[in-house]
Design a protein around this ligand. Sequence first.
Ligand code: ATP
Ligand code: MG
Length: 510
Amino acid sequence: VELLDDAPEKRHAEHEQEKTQISRAIEQVFRQFNVEVQVVNATRGPVVTQYEMRLLDESMRVGKVEGFEKDLAMKLGTEGIRIVAPLPNKTTIGIEVPNRIKEAVVMRDLVEEADPSTMALPIILGRDVVGKPMIGDLAKMPHLLVAGATGMGKSVCMNAMICSILLFKRPEEVKFIMVDPKMVELAGYEDIPHLLAPPITDMTKAHAALEWACRTMDERYEALRATGVRDIKAYNELGIDEIRLRLAKKDQRSEDLPGGGAKLPYIVVLVDEYADLMMVNKEVEKSIVRLAAKSRACGIHVILTTQRPSADVVTGLIKSNLPSRICFRVVDKSNSRVVLDVSGAENLLGKGDMLFLQPGTSSVMRGQGVWLKDSEINAIIEHAKSQGVPTYDDDVLKVGAVRMDGGGDSGSGAGSEWIGDRQFHEAVQSMYRYNKTGADFFRRKLNIGYNKATQYVEQLADLGWLGPQKGTASREILRSWDEWIETLKENGVTWDEEDELYHNPVELRQ
Ligand SMILES: Nc1ncnc2c1ncn2[C@@H]1O[C@H](COP(=O)(O)OP(=O)(O)OP(=O)(O)O)[C@@H](O)[C@H]1O
Ligand SMILES: [Mg+2]
């Protein structure tokens, strides 16, 4: 907590004045339409104040009240008004009106007010419209989707979530996998001991990492089953002796368990802009859904963000498996409905103003995201680094590792068995023929599975034929067709002179 800055002081007198003024204005607007209302309470949050009003007019339907949003916006001269009619479990209606002076939400008093240290994966989100802390346990959510148009606060929110976990959890308790197509957002976390792999910017590797998480999930399920416990929490409470005892009854050994029976860390898989990942290949959705659908008990949790909350990105499958969702301002009503199933996010203010849909509830809660200064983030990163150095697990990024397991091949990668593979050659040929690369391209051109296509790309990169992945752009072809033919010959590959697959494809280009 000492790593965080103090909160600034508040100015109460001015706030009271603003409240009275707006309360009267609200009553007036409704009176213009011959609806008698009375504002009975006002509670100030950091950016928005919630006014509670009572309908005095018995004949007025509650459902109609929401229609006054625009009239209020005009009268008060502000956007960002939201009407909640009725307030959950109350006999009043809530009207959220932006404050004239907005305050940033500071992490420090949130942490001091509520004690998140007992949660498995504390996530400090911000404050709601009446100023109450919004703090959740990711372990219970158990996955989170964060959407919002560009510049509305997703990255700030994601940093806050990472930092909240780093503040309270040691590297042996929580590990992260971070996928960062934009290559800047998460770069600062490189070298913290909580990482399983450096922040991933290569989309092929990102998919490999998701697959790794799926495999880890399966292994952990095995471990839970073998020891007869329900979830990772219970498993971690057993202790190694009890685990050995339980396994002995089944003639199994603790060495066969992931981590040899030691406590298992929670794993948080974080994907910034997962739409980029889905564009590179559709299989990603399957991995995400598989993970989200069953990883809860084994302590693997997913956080996704997207700038493009359209129905083809936030698909029905993803939604049904990620019940906790945060939506910052979006461009229109339909985007809001895609994310939250209700409209409203199109009227938010931006800059961290959010709607939060919690699992098990149908109503969304409005809140203001916590704001961490760069200096605070850096202090937290330094603190994390002081807890150790990262031990990266190479398996996380190994493309097509599933296949390798079976073959028992632990070879160096650039193995020559690829060179003689006719289909692999066909991939190379089409690469020069169409001057295109990428797993998706190979998949379509050769009609092969995604895993295989990804392996081809990786293999070509290992052989030095393709450059590294840079964000979402496709890889660069580094060497020529003639060099390829040379390499084949050097490796003793032979072919029929008539075989068109070995004729120079560059000449076939139109
Ligand atoms: N909780 C907040 N409190 C105050 N200001 C905020 C908050 N969240 C965001 N902002 C402001 O909005 C800017 C953009 O936020 P952010 O980088 O999180 O956007 P984004 O949604 O990630 O955008 P993109 O989709 O382009 O990555 C921040 O630099 C900051 O000035
Ligand atoms: Mg961002």
